[in-house]
Ligand binder design. Structure first.
Ligand code: ADP
Ligand code: TPP
Ligand code: MG
Length: 374
């Protein structure tokens, strides 16, 4: 098996670049020189960055390299969309073990390319360094197309809180993978096993701290035992939610965890519709709404009956599960919600706090990398 030590740094860059979209009309100088040169169509650039660490954000025995490529790009694109913008390019840096098969990195690059394709985004450069754990750093750039950014700080009392995209699906998939881990049940559902082997590496303490409150299981549980080898059923992509009436299967939750489907079009749509505040749900709805409540100086109440879609994940997963990259936004009363958005709560005057059905949530509100889960 050909490893990346066999082809060397520049051989690997060539193999990866061959699979990436590198040029666009807004790329006067593509990757390959000391720096790329990009046009900023409306004179501003939206910029954001996120790291993915093996063992912490993904596992090679849980996800294919293609899935991980899709996820690394998607979780970054989602931050641009959550400002009301459109992603245009990304920078892709990787720490890679020398004995990793070249095929793993090529497939990962194809995943990144696949996620870029839907948006017409390009890869403007990156870096590669040897290290023990696969670490992926993505920096994304985007355009607001002349619009004002939708910040976390604009929510006002009386606004409606609305969501586009899925809540709790990725967390339901993670729960299945973790339970398979505990019971020894085979977690594979057709995701191509990484040709790099099934090495589970990295800090696992964070895995144990995933937000699954003790009362999990109370509200209309749909999570069913993992069936080994169940066929992966692909579920409709963005805007998923109320329209998805067929009961999601375990394989659907696993796919949602491995390859999130952020509702990309919904961000610019919300901006055009005058959303007062917006952010993406990476850590958990209650955790991320708390950021919005703090930034806006308001109280937010979530109506659990509206947040949960039946059939779908349990209430605790909907409220505290991260990584689906749904969008949450606030809209002035009477503004009307754009297509694909559904109401889940209201903004009130009060201290920067989030309640569920008028009461404080008793348990973790989402994922946190440091300390205890939030
Ligand atoms: N090392 C850092 N240096 C400067 N800013 C940072 C650093 N880490 C995080 N931030 C900023 O803090 C804010 C919150 O980070 P994070 O919770 O990771 O946001 P998100 O969920 O949108 O990825 C972001 O604006 C991010 O850019
Ligand atoms: C192996 C593994 N364990 C646990 C998780 C769960 N998990 C890891 S990071 C995270 C939250 C989102 O990641 P973060 O780096 O906080 O993204 P950001 O908020 O910066 O966008 C979650 C729920 C996972 N995806 N994979
Ligand atoms: Mg971040």
């Amino acid at each position: 098996m050909e490893t990346i030590d066999d082809v060397g740094e520049f051989g690997l860059i060539a193999r990866v670049q061959a699979r990436l979209p590198l040029t666009s009309p807004d790329t006067p100088v593509p990757a390959g020189d000391d720096a790329a040169l990009l046009n900023a169509p409306d004179g501003r650039l939206a910029v954001s960055t996120d790291l993915l660490l093996e063992g912490n954000h993904f596992r090679r025995d849980w996800s294919s390299p293609r899935d991980i490529g899709h996820k690394a790009a998607a979780q970054n694109f989602s931050d641009i969309v959550a400002m009301g913008g459109v992603p245009t390019s990304l920078l892709l840096s990787m720490v890679l073990p020398g004995d990793l098969p070249v095929a793993w990195v090529e497939e990962f690059a194809e995943g990144v390319a696949g996620e870029c394709a839907g948006l017409g985004a390009i890869v403007a450069g990156g870096d590669m360094v040897r290290g023990e754990l696969i670490t992926i750093s993505v920096t994304v750039l985007g355009t607001l197309e002349g619009r004002a950014p939708v910040l976390r700080s604009g929510a006002r009392p009386g606004d409606t809180v609305a969501v586009a995209g899925r809540l709790g699906w990725s967390a339901a998939g993670l729960e299945l993978l973790l339970s398979g881990e505990k019971t020894g049940v085979e977690a594979g559902d057709g995701a191509e096993q990484a040709s790099g082997g099934a090495a589970q590496a990295g800090p696992s303490g964070s895995v144990g701290s995933v937000a699954v409150p003790a009362e999990a299981g109370s509200a209309g549980s749909v999570v069913v035992p993992l069936e080994s080898g169940s066929a992966a059923r692909s579920v409709a992509r963005p805007g998923a939610g109320p329209a998805e009436s067929a009961a999601p299967q375990p394989a659907d939750y696993l796919s949602a965890h491995r390859r999130p489907s952020p509702p990309y079009a919904a961000g610019p749509q919300a901006a055009r519709a005058g959303a007062t505040a917006m952010l993406d749900v990476s850590d958990g709805l209650l955790a991320d709404l708390t950021h919005l409540a703090v930034a806006s100086g308001v109280a937010v109440d979530v109506d659990s009956a509206l947040a949960v879609t039946a059939p779908g994940p349990r209430l605790d997963l909907v409220l505290t599960g991260g990584e689906d990259h749904a969008l949450v936004a606030t809209f002035a009363p009477g503004a009307g919600l754009p297509e694909g958005w559904r109401p889940i709560g209201t903004v009130h005057e009060g201290s920067a706090a989030v309640t569920v059905d008028g009461k404080a949530w008793d348990g973790a509100v989402g994922w946190s990398h440091f300390g205890h889960s939030e």
